[in-house]
Design a protein around this ligand. Structure first.
Ligand code: GLU
Length: 504
């Protein structure tokens, strides 16, 4: 295989969709697996779709994901500029080369004229196709004499440059995912390569850039597959060797019906972008929702590629090792928001308590509390298994930091019995006698006392939990009281007995 050079070539038209992140990821994995180079090229030649902030957003997203760019706008490299608008003059020369070869032409049709033709076809129920038949009846450098069209150019009349699609020719090409494909050119139209605003279109710009940047493999979304015959023909016209192509299947909505969109995310409450998008119509991001980048990447990697084994958890290095284009599926993959959470849960379990404690401390501070890291580590160990996100730790542990302000009425009705107050007073006296408040010491003493008194363990422990937590939730009771300490435990028992015995 020749030196692997792949590119991710987004257009800065808004926040980067997770489908785009997956394209970047597969390019990256493929490059790293094959000792190659991963290039980030910004395709911003469509000025009408340019969105401020989008380029930065793309770069930040890749960085957050741990996708390291080897050559790009920020990183530099020998094949720059890496932003297409920074080299628009170059593209013009290449468009003219195609004209000289007779494979492209200047077209002078006005937008109004094209609109009228389009309406006409619609009226006669035909699909509008800008093909050889149409081109022969329009004003262009193929139908005009050379001095006529040159004089139009000199006068500065607006024009576009179009590719001259050959008539009725079978184009054969290979896609690494889909295999051999044949398309007849009679179904294709004369695409615009260069626009009246002095900018190339995507079709021209990316081919020229892929050639100049010595791209070996083009790995991109399948929405570009219909344009591939044109691209293959353009390589032929230029006399260049085409790279190899792999068109990735779509990321589908959870129900499998169509492409995953921002609307789906809004409706079902999950983000479809890696980072929060702060401009105009804002959008949620995986980072801000509390996902670990490793979990996000792991989840995305498996949406379209499978390792051929049961393994689901992969580090980036493991993904690089295991990745191959051959194992990318042909059909779209459904996005599964629950599975995304599952991945985060798995990664959270693997994080050390001290790492989680540091992150959790920020959330705790925002709630107006603080505690020392070692105590937070102990706390996290108690609830880790129940949470998928660091932010969930607060919901699981709020009562460690503050005494109940009210009691779950439903639980009180079911669990607070007539004798609960008396039993808890007795329990309090027992606890007062214990000086080492670790769970290991307190638990056997209290259990022995329950047994000796012939109480029902469930009844005692439920009432106990109600006064300490305020509801019937939380980890093991003896772990809770050991963490909040003896004084706080005794205080909460007192308050609980007073409030609940009066009420009930
Ligand atoms: N700029 C194109 C896009 O954003 C890139 C397609 C390609 O990779 O060739 O979809």
């Amino acid at each position: 295989m020749k030196q692997v050079r792949v590119r991710f070539a987004p257009s800065p038209t808004g926040p980067l969709h997770i489908g785009g992140v997956r394209t970047a990821l597969y390019n990256y994995l493929f490059a790293k697996k094959n000792g190659g180079t991963f290039i980030l090229r910004i395709e911003d030649t469509d000025q009408t779709r340019f969105v401020e902030g989008a380029e930065e957003y793309i770069m930040e997203s890749l960085k957050w994901c741990g996708i390291i760019v080897d050559e790009g706008v920020r990183e530099g490299g020998k094949f720059g500029p890496y932003r297409q608008s920074d080299k628009k003059e170059i593209f013009k020369q290449y468009a003219e080369k195609l004209i000289d070869k007779g494979d492209a032409y200047y077209a002078f049709d006005t937008p109004e004229k094209l609109e009228a033709l389009r309406n006409e076809s619609e009226r006669s129920w035909k699909t509008f196709n800008y093909n050889s038949e149409l081109r022969e009846n329009l004003i262009n450098s193929l139908t005009l004499k050379e001095d006529e069209w040159r004089s139009k150019l000199e006068k500065g009349e607006p024009y576009v440059i179009r590719y001259k699609m050959p008539q009725n020719e079978d184009i054969h090409f290979e896609d690494l995912i889909r295999g051999e494909i044949v398309v007849n050119t009679s179904t294709l139209d004369d695409k615009v390569l260069y626009k009246s605003d002095g900018m190339p279109t995507y079709h021209l710009a990316h081919i020229v850039d892929d050639h100049l940047m010595e791209i070996s493999h083009v790995i991109r979304g399948e929405e570009w597959l219909p344009s591939l015959p044109l691209h293959i023909l353009m390589y032929r016209s230029f006399g260049w060797e085409a790279p190899l192509f792999a068109h990735l299947p779509l990321l589908l909505k959870p129900d499998g019906k169509g492409k995953l969109s921002k609307r789906d995310g809004d409706k079902m409450g999950f983000p479809v972008f890696p980072l929060y998008w702060p401009y105009g119509e804002t959008a949620k991001g995986y980072r801000e929702e509390g996902y670990f980048p490793e979990a996000f990447i792991n989840m995305l990697a498996l949406l379209g590629w499978n390792p051929g084994t049961e393994q689901e958890i992969f580090t980036m290095d493991e993904l690089i090792n295991a990745f191959s284009i051959e194992r990318v599926g042909k059909s779209g993959s459904r996005f599964d928001a629950e599975k995304a959470k599952w991945f985060n849960h798995q990664y959270l379990q693997k994080k050390s308590n001290s790492e989680l404690a540091k992150e959790f401390r920020e959330i705790l501070r925002a709630q107006g509390f603080n505690d020392d890291i070692v105590r937070l580590e102990i706390l996290i160990e108690l609830v880790k298994e129940r949470v998928s996100f660091v932010k969930d730790i607060w919901e699981q542990t709020d009562f460690f930091f503050k005494a109940p302000e009210s009691y779950d009425q439903e639980a009180v009705k079911r669990r607070w019995k007539e004798d609960s107050g008396v039993i808890l007073s007795e329990l309090k006296s027992q606890l007062e006698l214990i000086s080492d408040f670790s769970a290991a010491t307190v638990e056997p003493v209290i259990k022995a006392w329950i047994e000796e008194r012939g109480y029902n363990t469930g009844a005692v422990m439920n009432a106990f939990r109600l006064v300490i937590v305020g509801a019937l939730r939380g980890p093991h009771m003896f772990d809770i009281i050991s963490w909040i300490g003896k004084n706080e435990t005794l205080k909460r028992i007192d308050t609980g007995i007073n409030l609940l015995s009066v009420e009930n």
